[in-house]
Design a binder for this molecule. Structure first.
Ligand SMILES: [Zn+2]
Length: 98
């Protein structure tokens, strides 16, 4: 995610394409978003950031800043996978993958 945010031109160069306008599904947020298709063919919600210091407007993945979405992702992690740190340790240990 280090390359974000990007300008529209950078997104197009990277292989992202515009799909349609949308509204964030979380009612608490309801931000206007743009659905884009990633180079891998997945749908990704983006939102627009105003350009700083007169620079061009940029876009970033909406879920990086959407609070309700982040809260739900956090909750899902707790519900389904238990301790995240433990998961990371397991992944690094080939003996534990059965
Ligand atoms: Zn949102």
């Amino acid at each position: 995610m280090a390359e974000w945010p990007k300008t529209k031109e950078q997104l197009q160069e990277a292989g992202y394409s515009y799909v349609k306008l949308g509204i964030c599904a979380f009612r608490e947020c309801s931000a206007v978003i743009v659905w884009a298709k990633t180079p891998g063919g997945k749908s990704m919600p983006l939102h627009r950031l105003l350009g700083l210091h007169g620079g061009p407007a940029t876009w970033e993945p909406h879920f990086a800043t959407c609070l309700p979405a982040r809260r739900e992702a956090e909750q899902r992690r707790k519900d389904s996978k238990g301790d995240v740190t433990q998961q990371c340790l397991n992944l690094q240990d080939p003996k534990s993958t059965t």
